[in-house]
Design a protein around this ligand. Structure first.
Ligand SMILES: CC(C)(COP(=O)(O)OP(=O)(O)OC[C@H]1O[C@@H](n2cnc3c(N)ncnc32)[C@H](O)[C@@H]1OP(=O)(O)O)[C@@H](O)C(=O)NCCC(=O)NCCS
Length: 188
C-alpha cells in the first residue's frame, strides 16, 4: 500500500525527544577536549558563519524528520562553552522505511574550528543516531571544495562515496556535493 509521506506516521523512526541541556553523547578530541552533544537550547546558540547560510530567494522547506543538538566543549582547564550545533534530517532512497537515511549537518563557531571538534561531534552524532533509531545509514554531504569538512568526516570514520553533481542550490548557484556515509555495519 502506498501512503503519502506523513511525519506522524513516521514518528517511530525519530530519535527520542531530548530536553534542552540533556547530554546524549560525550567523547574526546585527540587533543583532550571533552565534546558533548546536548539538547538544543535557543538561548545558548553561537554564531556559526558559513557559506551554507546563503540560499536563493523562494520558498524554504524544512526537510522531514529533522532535529538538532548543541555541541558543547570543555577544555582541560574545565572551561566550557557552546561550540556550535549539529543537525539531521531524513533522506529517502525508495518508498519503504528501510530506504530512509539520516543526513547530518554541522556548524561550529570560527574560534572552535581546527581542534578536532568537528571530527568528534560528527562521530558522536552518527553513533547516537544509529543507536537511537532503526535506520542503518547516516550520511553527510559537503561542497567539493570544503576540505576541512571532508577531512573531519574521514577522521570520524565516514566513507567517501562519490560526488552528487549540482545537488544543492545556494545564492551563488548550484553546488556539487561530496557524499560520505557511516553505516550500522561499520560500527560492528
Ligand atoms: C567543517 C567543520 C565542521 C570542521 O570542523 P573542525 O572542528 O574545524 O574540524 P577538525 O578540526 O575536526 O578537522 C579538520 C581537518 O581539516 C583540516 N583542514 C582544516 N582547514 C583546512 C583547509 N583549509 N584545507 C585543508 N585541510 C583543512 C584540518 O587540518 C583537519 O585535518 P587533520 O586532522 O587531518 O589535520 C568546521 O570547520 C565548520 O563548522 N566549518 C563551517 C561550517 C561548515 O563548513 N560545515 C560543514 C557543512 S557541510
Amino acid at each position: 500500500m502506498m501512503r503519502a509521506m506523513d511525519e506522524t506516521a513516521l514518528a517511530h523512526l525519530r530519535p527520542p525527544p531530548v530536553a534542552a541541556g540533556e547530554v546524549v553523547a560525550t567523547g574526546r578530541t585527540s587533543g583532550g577536549l571533552l565534546v558533548a552533544l546536548e539538547g538544543y537550547d535557543e538561548t545558548r546558540t553561537v554564531a556559526t558563519p558559513s557559506p551554507y547560510e546563503t540560499w536563493p530567494d523562494g520558498a524554504m522547506h524544512m526537510p522531514p524528520l529533522h532535529g538538532r543538538l548543541l555541541v558543547v566543549v570543555t577544555d582541560t582547564a574545565g572551561e566550557s562553552g557552546v561550540a556550535g550545533a549539529v543537525s539531521w534530517h531524513a533522506e529517502t532512497y525508495g518508498p519503504t522505511e528501510g530506504s530512509f537515511a539520516w543526513n547530518i549537518g554541522i556548524g561550529l563557531a570560527e574560534s572552535c574550528r581546527g581542534r578536532g571538534v568537528g571530527t568528534a561531534s560528527q562521530r558522536l552524532l552518527g553513533e547516537w543516531l544509529l543507536a537511537a533509531t532503526p535506520l542503518v545509514r547516516v550520511e553527510a554531504s559537503t561542497d567539493v571544495g570544503n576540505v576541512a569538512e571532508q577531512r573531519a568526516l574521514e577522521r570520524a570514520g565516514y566513507v567517501r562515496e562519490g560526488v552528487l553533481r549540482q545537488a544543492q542550490a545556494r545564492a551563488d548557484g548550484q553546488h556539487d556535493l561530496v557524499v560520505y556515509s557511516l553505516l550500522r555495519a561499520d560500527l560492528a
